[in-house]
Ligand binder design. Structure first.
Ligand SMILES: [Zn+2]
Length: 351
């Protein structure tokens, strides 16, 4: 790293330290008119099963600090309700966790409960039904288990060759999973079947322990401790890669299953992948037609109440910040610094 790099990393360090000063983020939030932030978390770490994810101790520290600094910790449902009723948001922070893995309930659930902080899990309902496991886990499993040192596979018209001599090379499968995410649904499914055959790894019908979902019983018991659940499709396809019929079924079916299983289903949908190309007007129309209040995306941005008029599509593309697992990162989002950074980069965040 050159002199410039060292200097900028020092600034970065000082900046992150400054973010944790008392009242600085709160002052910045007032200056940047930041009213509300939604966080999008994923898996939590379970070292004994080899699950890497968010650190439980960091979550504890972050929630303690948000409480001490008097942020309004509310559920995403309450956030929507306040927007619908034109009520003030007052530095609101809502936490969401995607997919419905067991650790999201077992590890994160008790910590959110300890701080009396509402949290919503967006559940892939056929995953909780025990019918499927999530497709990127299948890819990870195949790469972990295979004894082959060379595999080649087709994704649509593109051929991929993998050389798997080392663990590092095996870990490369994450990049491949991202490529699969952008492929049409049929190509993605065919490719995973082909990969399983080429790698000579048979996929069990139920996910291995570390990839397992919450059960509906666990979900109901977590509901009684303050966690809530919203719909996140039946099988987690990227909706823009599916047919009209499947897109509709994935949205309506997951809402029906969720409503049948939990007592307080959250009427807010969550798009798989959630980038701007992963859903569109077709999905927004379905979400609206079945009476849900709106939907969350995976695009970062803060929420400005003045944008939410009754007729706007903004209800169906509510932005969320990725939950980054450290206090300075969280404080940067809730203080509006992330929004300013995006502004200076010339790419205003969605609101
Ligand atoms: Zn997801």
């Amino acid at each position: 790293m050159g002199d410039h790099g060292a200097r900028s990393s020092l600034y970065q360090k000082l900046f992150r330290r400054a973010m944790t000063l008392p009242l600085l983020p709160e002052w910045l939030a007032a200056m940047t008119h930041t009213e509300a932030t939604i966080f999008m978390a994923h898996r939590f770490s379970v070292p004994e099963l080899g699950v890497s994810g968010h650190d439980p101790q960091n979550l504890r520290q972050i929630l303690a600090q948000l409480r001490r600094r008097r942020y309004t910790l509310l559920s995403i449902e309450e956030l929507f309700r306040r927007l619908r009723e034109h009520r003030p948001l007052n530095r609101a922070v809502a936490f969401t966790i995607d997919d419905g893995y067991f650790d999201e309930g077992q590890v994160a659930g008790p910590i959110f409960a300890e701080f009396d902080c509402p949290v919503t899990v967006f559940a892939v309902t056929e995953f909780l039904d025990g019918k499927i496991w999530l497709w990127w886990d299948k890819i990870a499993y195949i790469f972990e288990q295979t004894r082959r040192t060379e595999i080649s596979v087709w994704l649509g018209k593109e051929q991929f060759r993998f050389r798997l001599e080392s663990d590092a090379a095996r870990a490369d499968c994450r990049a491949f999973a991202l490529r699969c995410q952008e492929a049409p649904q049929a190509d993605r499914l065919a490719c995973i079947d082909e990969l399983s055959a080429a790698a000579d790894v048979e996929l069990p019908s139920r996910p291995p322990e570390r990839f397992r979902p919450l059960s509906w019983d666990e979900a109901r018991s977590l509901e009684r401790k303050g966690m809530s659940f919203g719909p996140h499709t039946l099988t987690h396809p990227v909706l823009s890669t599916t047919s009209d019929e499947q897109s509709e079924r994935e949205i309506t079916g997951s809402w029906q299953r969720l409503s049948a299983e939990v007592s307080r289903p959250v009427p807010i949908f969550c798009y798989p992948a959630g980038g701007p190309t992963h859903f569109g007007e077709r999905e927004i129309a379905t979400v609206g037609r079945i009476g849900l209040w709106g939907a969350v995306s995976g695009e970062p941005g803060d929420i400005r109440s003045s944008r939410f008029q009754d007729s706007t599509n903004d209800w169906y593309r509510m932005p969320r910040h990725p939950y980054q697992d450290t206090l300075p990162d969280v404080l940067q989002c809730v203080s509006g610094i992330e929004k300013l950074k995006a502004h200076f980069r010339g790419k205003p965040t969605s609101q």
